[in-house]
Design a binder for this molecule. Structure first.
Ligand SMILES: [Zn+2]
Ligand SMILES: [Zn+2]
Length: 312
């Protein structure tokens, strides 16, 4: 039996759900931002201004969707929690425009529950930049995921990589997905963090359904360049199998499976050189593994992270 997250049928669509414009504290207008992403081949975009639910259907065309989105904040015990809410225009109960400023008085779990009740999905933004403690994020319920990579935080303050937070959520049994985003405010922080969704239904509904089910991977690159694509990743008969664009490094991690030989949790990494780049690897899954994670890195240092596959 195959266990997978990427849907079997469909095409890949690149998008970003977190970015800013002059509607809040960004430097470019929504029109300029959308043009920038279209030039870079993006298929969908969430313009998520601070405390403003943005939806821009006037710029949609057959190859480009605007996903209604907002970045909504609250603070609790001295930590600012930023949440990314996004939804289907036909389902959302949030209306385009400013969101109620009373929301930033709520405790973070109540705010997440409120966003979900408005029929939106929500992921947790830039935990490292926010100086959130891991336990403050790990305990949150009803989040679909967290930003494993936030491009602006990484470019500006080297605080955009949240792999350690992502793993801690999984250690604690909080099975969330990982997202790459730009969070671009400034001109040089666009088109570096993104997700690539696989679906056979290129519509708001289809993209959101695929994201909800984990049919996507997260990436970090730079504008005008691509991180390696995850072409497929599944587990079958006790073996994890990965196909990707040519890579230098591939990392398999077998969650919660302890290997007494190395006195550590089980993992396997593969490394190569430019003459023999890695495009396929498989690895036997150790006994006791609850979930399998894989990430890859190419020769430019750009990364892609698969969604974990749950075995038990
Ligand atoms: Zn933020
Ligand atoms: Zn932001």
């Amino acid at each position: 039996m195959k266990i997978y997250t990427l849907f079997r049928e469909g095409n890949f669509y690149k998008g970003n759900l977190h970015t800013h414009t002059t509607v809040s504290d960004g430097k470019l207008t929504p029109e300029e931002v959308i043009a920038r992403y279209k030039e870079n081949g993006y298929s969908f975009l969430g313009i998520s201004d601070h405390m403003f639910y943005g939806h821009y259907p006037q710029y949609e065309d057959k190859d480009f969707l605007s996903i209604p989105a907002a970045e909504i904040h609250t603070s609790e015990n001295g930590v600012a929690h930023h949440l990314l809410a996004f939804g289907d225009p036909e389902q959302t109960k949030l209306t385009a425009g400013k969101v109620d400023s009373a929301l930033n008085q709520m405790d973070v779990q109540s705010l997440i529950d409120y966003i979900r009740a408005q029929r939106n999905l929500v992921f947790y933004c830039h935990p490292y930049w926010s100086r959130a403690e891991i336990h403050q994020v790990a305990r949150l319920e009803n989040i679909l995921g967290i930003e494993i990579y936030n491009h602006e935080c990484e470019m500006e303050w080297k605080s955009g990589n949240a792999e350690v937070f992502f793993e801690h959520l999984w250690w604690h049994g909080n099975r969330v997905w990982c997202f790459g985003t730009d969070d671009a405010h400034r001109s040089h922080t666009f088109c570096g963090g993104y997700i690539t969704v696989k679906t056979d239904d290129f519509s708001h509904r289809g993209i959101l359904k695929a994201i909800k089910k984990g049919s996507f991977f997260a990436s970090s690159a730079r504008e005008g360049e691509e991180a390696p694509k995850i072409l497929d990743f599944y587990c079958e008969d006790g073996v994890a199998k990965l196909w990707c664009d040519p890579c230098r490094d591939v990392y398999f991690y077998f969650g919660a499976s302890f290997d007494p030989e190395i006195w550590s949790y089980s993992y396997k990494s593969f490394h190569s050189d430019q003459e023999n780049p890695i495009t396929y690897r498989e690895q036997k899954i150790p006994e006791g593994t609850k979930y399998v994670k894989v990430s890859v890195q190419d020769f430019s240092g750009y990364n892609s992270w698969c969604q974990p596959i749950v075995l038990k």
